[in-house]
Design a protein around this ligand. Sequence first.
Ligand code: NAP
Length: 246
Amino acid sequence: MARVAGKVALISGGARGMGAAHAELLVAEGAKVVIGDILDAEGEATAARLGDSVRFVHLDVTKPDDWDTAVSAAVDGFGGLDILVNNAGIANFAPIEDYTLEQWNLIIAINLTGTFNGIKAAIPALKKSGHGSIINISSTAGIKGVAALPGYTAAKFAVRGLTKEIAIDLGRYNIRANSIHPGNIRTPMTEGLDVNQSLVPLGRMGDASELSAMVLFLASDESSFSTGAEFIADGGETAGIVPPAV
Ligand code: NAP
């Protein structure tokens, strides 16, 4: 069953990690996909691996002009735009006392303003399609505080809030917007990190494919009445901790 047949998606940060996994599943389910990333070689390789239904464009999400080019690639190359996945993001670590203004400015520019830029660039094309699904990738750090991630936590909370605001403004155009909140997922971002999941109910990290399934649902018409909502896939991390004795 092709659950997103005939739809066109734009995914930021799609060269690798979860963005590449989302592209792969959307294509398998009938979509055409533009992936944008600052990693040109990896992005080109991912597009080549996924075949003719995928195009790569250089996209630095902090640059509105790059976003315009990416939206044009979808419209001119594939005939329109139906789905925007604001996935690009970075993490930078330090407790608040040591966290620098440079770290703060960088992460806000990419994780928050980058999402804002993507939304602004996509709106005209989504309106023209007569419908749309904007999927903003937040985090469990957009639901609860996470140690040594002040900028990341602030940006991911803000992405969650922005999602609710745009759901209100864009509902009249039949454009939906939802946020996704992954727990700890195995990707290049978490490579080498000591991620202890023993206090998380399911007791393990997630796989990118487990988030792609959620992206597919939100991208498809199956989620037609969902907007302004949080979708969590975190192995139970935000439900509460497992007491050591259990
Ligand atoms: P990833 O493997 O690092 O992939 C993110 C991609 O975005 C990378 O290719 C990255 O390039 C790119 N990127 C960075 N800055 C960019 C910019 N200015 N413009 C365009 N692309 C840029 O990370 P991931 O784990 O798949 O994460 C994807 C999303 O999920 C992020 O928003 C992340 O915050 C969120 N998330 C991840 C986890 C997790 O456990 N992995 C948990 C919760 C939420 P560089 O490598 O050069 O930076």
